[in-house]
Design a protein around this ligand. Structure first.
Ligand code: ZN
Length: 309
């Protein structure tokens, strides 16, 4: 090559590179700007036709010690009160935010005292109002690592409800939880138990509360119900689904506790154990047998699903 051409080429190349870098930066900036605009203007399409009990109120009440039930006849939301602030577990549908606030205030607590937000599974029926409550209270959202991606895209990457954009407002995750992690606030210590299958990061919480009489070990369980409509092998959005359920049944069966609660009130028969308006009676929720029976029924359904051809 003629030295002149070589020189020209050498001179030319860096400026091309500068131009390319500049172009790349512009594209990155524009992409960022677009995603910020999209996030701000994000439309959430919560699935319709929800059962009426999912938004039907239930009188808030004290379950045991400093643990309270704060909303809906079926989508169970729990408040744990401590001297250093409160913990809210689950929210129900998007429309629940104001009703949860009203329930908390009816019990004599302050909504703004919520410091930690937790969920038992990142599906819209438990996460619907989470982002709104996070925004209103500034509470820290803590999530099982398996549900972090789905919670931050509002359920659009969920193996079952996904593929149609966000089904709930995405949350900002402040702490990622792993199996056995402790969530501590004031005098309460919750142990997070990773129970995947229903979602990739479904989980339960085990902790102790006490009243003037005694202390109670409480399990708020995410019961491993199966919603995958296809065979496990065809559930491509969740390749490990069968192995995760298997793990979860093995992990859940040996659990021992006094009080059993769950993500859905119907699972632990809230209305039979504590008819609306009844007096404080933690003993009504002492039900290891009910849990064992429910779990073995679900395991039967799981075994059946495994044999589907
Ligand atoms: Zn669910």
């Amino acid at each position: 090559m003629h030295p002149l051409f070589a020189k020209t080429a050498m001179n030319y190349e860096p400026s091309t590179m500068n131009y390319t870098i500049h172009l790349k930066r512009t594209v990155i900036l524009l992409t960022l700007l677009c995603s910020v605009m999209l996030a701000t203007a994000q439309t959430v399409n919560e699935p319709g036709n929800a059962p009426s009990e999912w938004s039907q109120p239930y009188p808030p009440f004290r379950i045991a010690g400093n643990l309270y039930y704060v909303f809906t006849a079926d989508l169970a939301c729990y408040l744990i009160v401590t001297p250093k602030g409160n913990i809210l577990i689950n929210t129900g549908l998007a429309s629940s935010a104001a009703k949860i606030k009203a329930s908390i205030e009816t019990l004599g607590f302050r909504f703004s005292d919520i410091k930690i937000l937790l969920t038992t599974q990142a599906h819209y029926d438990h996460m619907g109002a989470m982002a709104a409550i996070q925004k209103a209270t500034g509470a820290a959202m803590m999530l099982d690592e398996g549900d972090v991606p789905v919670a931050t895209d509002g359920g659009s990457s969920d193996y079952f409800f996904g593929g149609h954009g966000s089904v709930y407002q995405p949350v900002k995750v402040d702490r990622v939880l792993h199996n056995g992690d402790t969530i501590a606030l004031g005098d309460i210590h919750l142990v997070m138990l990773h129970h995947p299958g229903h979602t990739k990061g479904s989980c339960s919480y085990l902790f102790t509360v006490k009243d003037a009489q005694r202390s109670y070990t409480v399990l708020i369980a995410n019961m491993p119900t199966i919603i995958a409509p296809k065979k496990f092998s065809e559930t491509t959005g969740y390749p490990n689904i069968a192995a995760d359920y298997q793990y979860t049944f093995k992990a859940m069966k040996p659990l021992k506790f006094d009080i059993w609660l769950a993500s859905h009130a119907s699972q632990f028969k809230l209305q039979a154990k504590h008819p609306a308006g009844s007096a404080y009676n933690p003993n009504a929720f002492i039900d290891q047998k009910g849990y064992d029976t429910e779990l073995s029924e679900l395991e039967g359904e799981f075994e059946k699903k495994l044999t589907e051809k």
